[in-house]
Design a protein around this ligand. Sequence first.
Ligand SMILES: [Zn+2]
Length: 119
Amino acid sequence: MKRPHDKTEDVKGWFLREAERLWPLALGSLSLRRGPCIRENCSLCASGEGHASYALSGRMGRRRTSLYVPEELVPEVQQAVDHGQQLQELMREASQRYLAALKRERGLGRAFRRKVKIG
Ligand SMILES: [Zn+2]
């Protein structure tokens, strides 16, 4: 896994290959919510029970968003959400590898290298 002689271009190639494998992608969380429907005189809504539906919650800048997800699409969207989390992990790893490669290419960093525990 560790490739101490990677160049930044190698890191780029590795990252893009891994990211491509993670498609489909979604960022956010999938949850079941209850809400009213648009029908008049609906007994479920009148009882206060409402209707269960899935939603993909996330953010667009500072705004919270919640998108309706039809039930039959839930498995695919859930997979995309799982992949989104894996992409974030991938970006964390890419950050470290990119910076290490960049320092190596510029001949920088060794004098200041210390062991940093990353947990
Ligand atoms: Zn209703």
